[in-house]
Write a protein that binds this ligand. Structure first.
Ligand code: SAM
Ligand code: DTB
Ligand code: SF4
Length: 351
């Protein structure tokens, strides 16, 4: 019997631990009547995350715009004319001020993003980033970075400097990825994630809804994440924020119930992960966000800005959590760096 129970039997699942889910099983779940699906995901959620907590993460763009890559959703690609100009790497003092402010406001995770194809050991900018990371990690928050591609050495150095988690999204299915980006491949993304795990950092990896992909593409993306060994420590689910000037500027928004279904199957497919309701939250009603929390989301970006686009006001988020009786998550729950299982391959198999 599957760990999430017999799909034809709507009564009780038997076990709620990590399960490796394949496409067909995820699709059957996705296609269940809405209430049956969220009932199942809620049970998995309660078994793994009984605390009624939501993790608050603060995001800071430490190097904005001018990116060589052509990700067709991104405001920061130098290939498109958007309102975002290329900036320089932020000075350490300014980053520290922002990190301290995030800590004082109740964030337990600080995520620094840079609009780069990747970083290379021995370069001045990588040394600067390592220096910033060392100082931020002394504040005691979880430290996440998202700097693009990493090799083995770069991953090891970031880990030594104090990075606890590395964000690198697979974004969509392997098949659809090439419609969205041409300057790097899906396999390049997987290679970086392998280096991150080999260096002992937790993987934060998820994707975007609303790129023109099919439901099957979304489910395949989750299948790949579920098959990571170990599974990701956190899974951001972004809804596309259409950026004028990019090829996806005119994309239609994603149906609210499809967002909730994705959150629900992410919770079931990767039960120990923090499922982060990420970009697009500013456009969501409180009621929709609440449904997402019920279905299994337990982390948000907290602060008025994401990287280049807006996010709900911090006070509005705190008010919503209070109305729902949810608490900001305490740091270091001991679930941060899942261990690999020896009995299965380290790499997710690509079809
Ligand atoms: N350059 C690094 C990289 O590509 O991994 C880090 C920054 S990149 C902006 C991080 C993630 O943000 C992307 O993988 C994508 O999932 C998400 N993202 C970027 N632009 C977005 C948009 N307009 N709407 C929703 N999500 C977006
Ligand atoms: C993630 O999955 N979402 C965040 C974080 N990881 C780096 C970024 C969202 C960016 C939204 C568009 C913008 O602000 O430019
Ligand atoms: Fe944007 Fe990252 Fe792609 Fe650069 S690599 S265009 S910053 S998503």
């Amino acid at each position: 019997m599957s760990l999430i129970g017999d799909l034809t039997d709507n009564s009780k699942p038997t076990d709620y631990g990590p399960d490796i889910m394949q496409f067909d099983e995820l699709k059957q779940l996705y296609d269940l009547p809405f209430f049956d699906l969220i009932q199942r995901s809620r049970k998995v959620h309660e078994a793994n995350w009984p605390e009624n907590e939501v993790q608050l993460c603060t995001l800071l763009s430490i190097k904005t715009g001018g990116c060589s890559e052509d990700c067709s959703y991104c405001a920061q690609s130098a290939r498109y004319t958007t309102t975002v100009d290329a900036g320089r790497l932020m000075e350490k003092d300014e980053v520290m001020e922002r990190a301290q402010h995030a800590l004082d406001n109740g964030s337990t995770r600080f995520c620094m993003g840079a609009a780069w194809k990747g970083v290379r050991d021995g370069t001045k900018r990588f040394d600067q980033v390592l220096d910033i990371v060392e100082s931020v990690s002394e504040l005691g928050m979880e430290v996440c970075t998202t700097l693009g591609e990493l090799g083995e050495i770069e991953a090891q150095k970031l880990k030594e400097a104090g990075v606890t988690a590395y964000n690198h999204n697979i974004d969509t299915s392997p098949e659809y990825y090439k419609n969205i980006v041409s300057t790097h491949t899906f396999q390049d993304r997987l290679n970086t994630l392998r280096h991150v795990q080999d260096a002992g950092m937790a993987v934060c990896s998820g994707g975007i809804l609303g790129l023109g992909e099919t439901t099957d593409d979304r489910i395949k993306m989750l299948e790949i994440l579920s098959n990571f060994n170990p599974q990701p420590e956190s899974v951001p689910i972004n809804s596309l924020v259409p950026i004028p000037g990019t090829p996806l500027a005119e994309s239609q928004g994603v149906d609210s119930f499809e967002v909730v279904r994705m959150i629900a199957i992410a919770r079931i497919a990767i039960p120990n992960a923090k499922v982060r309701l990420s970009a697009g939250r500013k456009q969501m009603s409180e009621e929709l966000q609440t449904l997402c929390f019920f279905a299994g989301a337990n982390s948000i970006f907290y602060g008025d800005k994401l990287l280049t686009t807006g996010n709900p006001q911090s006070q509005a988020d705190l008010n919503l959590l209070q109305k729902l009786g949810l608490e900001p998550q305490k740091p270091n729950r001991g679930k941060d760096s899942p261990e690999a299982e020896d009995t299965r391959p380290r790499e997710p198999a690509l079809a």
